[in-house]
Design a binder for this molecule. Structure first.
Ligand code: ADP
Length: 864
């Protein structure tokens, strides 16, 4: 059993014939055995190349063309004795080949490979040429011999004529004999030249004459006399004896052969057993009674030619065998392939069947399961019903029109103790609105067209008319042979609970629908854009307002990229991240961005939403709304502009005012009026506060316009901190300060603005932490940064407010902060200042325990 292509190749390697396989139309050499490689006078480096590329000479000699044609047509090409020039050490040398290009076809009758087998036949041709040459020589000799014999015949006839005429004279006879001898002599000479042996048998006298060559062929010593029986008959090869003697016999029969003798046999040398193939040709001469008198002919050694023919035949046979073997292998291969395909097909079919039966099984199982479930449910119900006697049983006597109710039925109908009630009375226990429908259903059940089925829901009402019960009545009418109803009975069940809960569900659904409608109306009324976004699949769903806001048409394809791949702003400053990143990375988002709708117009949009797990698609979906707040934004801008202008306008008079106050303070000291001095000091303090405030407002305006500039100098931060500590200890008595300045730290920064940030942290701590509590201030070098932190023991800040307090005008609203004045701008400005210094700002806070506000900015390496 052949298991693998490699084994097939191994088999092919054993084929005693030059073989190559090409497996594409470019004649890619997929396989070649050593015999072929020898024939091509190359090595296996040609394996894997294209024939034409490796042997350009085959292209020019037309073989490549033939092969390509075989590939295209699928028709096998055979040729014999074809000369081919093969490069031997670069010299073109002609060899002769028998070859076959066999196209191997797939089931679609397309070529998938060409099997090239070849045999070098140069030596066979040579052998043939030799045979042909010998034959020609032989023919020439025979021709010569025939003419001599012809001549001889003429002489004999003449001799006969003379005999007949009885005028035979010895002279004439001897003359004739002489002439005959001459002719024989001539032919003898001719045969000597051609290596032919000669025999001459005087049939009547039984005298055999063999020349030297003839004796040689029979292995008889030159000097011996020969005899027909001893030498000729005994010298024949046992296998050829019978046939040869038959040939002689045939020649002796004038009628059959007219004396022609032409045969081939083997002789066996009695001395050493050497076998020689002999071709013998001769003529028998007869007397008047057709009795043979003389038998003369030639013999020739044809061993070589016979053997070479034998060899050829042998080779051909082998070739044939190989071809057959190959064909058988191919057939086997094809059969195996077919078998494999069949097996595959079978497998596939089996699989499909299996799948199918699995599916059917599964379906059957599900059905069974469902059936079981139903069964067990109904069983359970039945049990329940029976045990608690919740199902009523009734019977309608069609003949007497009397209804029979059991106890439970009576209970459900709110009827008194009577078991048997006339039908018309029974109907009265049915709620008026439902009564007709029940009566119709009962009469329809008695109609054979209904199949006798009765199934209806209706309300019963008791005698007092107060208690209404929802029931489900089911029953079956049976008919006699003439389709007359004979028996009608069934059950009745209280379904009030079910109906009521259904009613509740309906009401609830209505409410939900109403709610959804209202929501939609709200969304529509407020022109609120909505979207849902699946961050995994990038799918989005948007409403018409979102489309309108972005300026998309109703039929535009809108993608998540269109919607979210854009920058957003904080304050008025555009952020580097895109909204898409923010939405992907956060659980909730609140983003402002602007859309340029036309060259002049910008629209401000705000996108607010969060991620919610969607049970249906098992994904964390982002849902959000988009609102157009251009108007508010413009309003805000106007306010900011106004604030900027006012602050700007206030600054000059305030500067003048505080200048005067300072002069007044100095002068008033000299007046030694303490009260008056105190007032001036206080006015001065207020004017300083006002200045600080106005500076802050101006900072906000500057930030909005991107004009907040730093005035950087190199300074020792530890020094700044020490100054602040000193100032605090002198001026603030409400809180306890714990200041830790660790080591020295130099920075290249705007000293005033960094001071402003630290003071802002401290002021907030004072403002928002109870009097008497401790405020800790830490300053240190942390890696290559200056790190400053202010920790208080105040109320702390709720997590949801922690990011927001750094935005403009944001103030936490609670009872505590309400009592503290402020504008919600200090932290906003601080954040901008720290960001301009390429630093970070943040806070840690536990509500109820206190907060730590910190920042860090790059520091300089410590100066020596
Ligand atoms: P202002 O203090 O003027 O309102 P800020 O920008 O400095 O403005 O602070 C913003 C808000 O942050 C404050 O209104 C307050 O609610 C909160 N906040 C700031 N610092 C603290 C603190 N140390 N403890 C508690 N809340 C604080």
């Amino acid at each position: 059993m052949i298991n693998s292509p490699q084994e097939i190749l191994n088999i092919l390697q054993q084929v005693p014939q030059a073989t190559a396989i090409y497996d594409n139309k470019d004649l890619h050499i997929a396989y070649v055995n050593q015999d072929m490689l020898d024939m091509w006078a190359t090595t296996d480096e040609v394996l894997g190349t294209n024939l034409g590329d490796s042997f350009p000479e085959f292209e020019t000699q037309g073989f490549v063309g033939i092969l390509k044609k075989v590939w295209l047509t699928g028709e096998t090409y055979r040729a014999h004795d074809v000369p081919a020039n093969i490069l031997l050490d670069g010299i073109p040398t002609t060899f002769y080949f028998d070859f076959e290009y066999r196209a191997l076809l797939n089931e679609n009758r397309e070529t998938y490979a060409i099997l090239h087998t070849a045999q070098e036949v140069s030596s066979r041709l040579e052998a043939w040429a030799a045979v042909r040459k010998k034959e020609m020589q032989e023919a020439a000799l025979n021709e010569e011999l025939r003419s001599s014999i012809e001549e001889q015949r003429a002489l004999t006839e003449e001799y006969m004529a003379i005999n007949e005429k009885l005028s035979t004279t010895v002279d004439e006879l001897s003359n004739s004999y002489k002439q005959l001898d001459f002719a024989l002599d001539q032919s003898r000479r001719a045969k000597e030249a051609s290596n032919l042996g000669m025999f001459d048998l005087d049939v009547q006298q039984d005298i055999l004459l063999w020349d030297e060559r003839c004796k040689e062929l029979f292995g008889v010593p030159t000097e011996s006399d020969v005899s027909y029986t001893r030498d000729f008959v005994a010298g024949l090869h046992p296998d050829d004896k019978q046939q040869t003697l038959a040939a002689v016999k045939h020649a002796f029969d004038r009628k059959q052969s007219n004396g022609r003798y032409d045969t081939q046999y083997r002789t066996v040398n009695p001395a050493h057993g050497k076998i020689t193939w002999v071709h013998a040709v001769g003529t028998v001469y007869f007397d008047e009674q057709d009795q043979p008198i003389r038998f003369i002919g030639t013999v020739m050694d044809v061993t070589e030619s016979v053997e070479s023919r034998k060899l050829l035949e042998d080779r051909e046979r082998k070739l044939q065998d190989t071809n057959e073997q190959l064909a058988a292998t191919m057939e086997e291969l094809t059969a195996t392939m077919e078998e494999l395909t069949n097996v595959n097909d079978d497998l596939a079919t089996a699989n499909i069947q299996l799948r199918h039966s699995e599916l059917i099984n599964a379906e059957v199982n599900t059905n069974l399961q469902a059936a079981f479930e139903k069964l067990s449910i109904s069983e359970r119900r039945l049990n329940l019903a029976l045990t608690s006697a919740k199902i009523g049983i009734w019977e309608f006597n069609i003949a007497t029109e009397v209804v029979h109710w059991d106890e439970r039925s009576r209970e459900l109908f709110g009827a008194d103790e009577k078991e048997e009630i006339p039908y018309q009375v029974a109907l009265q226990y049915i709620y008026e609105e439902d009564r007709q429908a029940v009566a119709d259903a009962i009469s329809y059940a008695q109609n054979p067209a209904s199949g006798g089925y009765y199934d209806i829901q209706f309300r019963t009402v008791d005698e007092s008319g107060n208690r209404i019960t929802w029931v489900q009545a089911k029953g079956r009418a049976y008919f006699d042979g003439e389709n007359n109803p004979i028996h009608f009975s069934g059950t009745i069940l209280d379904i009030s609970d079910r109906i009521h809960s259904q009613q509740r569900i309906d009401a609830f659904n209505r409410a939900i629908a109403q709610n959804a409608l209202e929501q939609r109306l709200i969304v529509d009324a407020g022109k609120i854009g909505t979207f849902s976004f699946n961050p995994i699949t990038n799918e989005i769903i948007i409403n018409k307002h979102t489309r309108q806001m972005y300026g998309f048409d109703d039929d535009d394809d809108v993608t998540a990229t269109d919607l979210f791949e854009r920058k957003y702003t904080i304050g008025d400053i555009e952020q580097n991240e895109s909204m898409l990143d923010v939405i992907r990375e956060n659980n909730s988002f609140d983003l402002e961005f602007n859309l340029r709708t036309t060259a002049e117009h910008k629209k401000w949009l705000r996108m607010v939403g969060s991620k919610i797990w969607n049970e249906e698609n098992n994904n964390l979906m982002a849902y959000g709304v988009i609102i157009d707040f251009t108007t508010q934004k413009m309003e805000e801008k106007r306010k900011l502009d106004f604030l900027g202008i006012v602050s700007h306008e206030l600054r000059s008079p305030l500067t003048a005012l505080s200048g005067y106050l300072q002069i007044l303070q100095v002068k008033s000291k000299a007046l030694e009026n303490d009260k008056f001095y105190e007032l001036i000091v206080s006015a001065n303090r207020q004017s300083v506060r006002m200045k600080v405030l106005i500076e802050s407002f101006l900072d906000i305006a500057r930030i909005g316009e991107g004009k907040l500039r730093l005035n950087k100098t190199e300074f020792p931060a530890h020094d700044l901190l020490s100054n602040i500590e000193q100032m605090l200890r002198q001026t603030v008595t409400s809180h306890v300060f714990d200041v830790q300045i660790e080591g020295e730290c130099y920075v290249l920064a705007d000293r005033d603005k960094i001071e402003q940030v630290i003071i802002n942290f401290i002021n907030n701590a004072i403002k928002y932490a109870p009097a008497g509590s401790t405020i800790s201030i830490t300053a240190k070098r942390q890696q290559s940064n200056l790190y400053v932190a202010v920790t208080d023991e105040g109320a702390g800040i709720a997590p949801e407010d922690q990011q927001k307090i750094f935005t403009r005008f944001y103030r936490v609203e609670n009872t505590y902060t309400e009592t503290v004045s402020g504008f919600g701008i200090g932290l906003y400005i601080s954040k901008e200042i720290i960001h301009l210094h390429a630093g970070t700002i943040g806070l840690q806070s536990v509500p109820g325990e206190g907060s730590t506000f910190w920042f860090s900015i790059p520091s300089l390496t410590i100066k020596e």
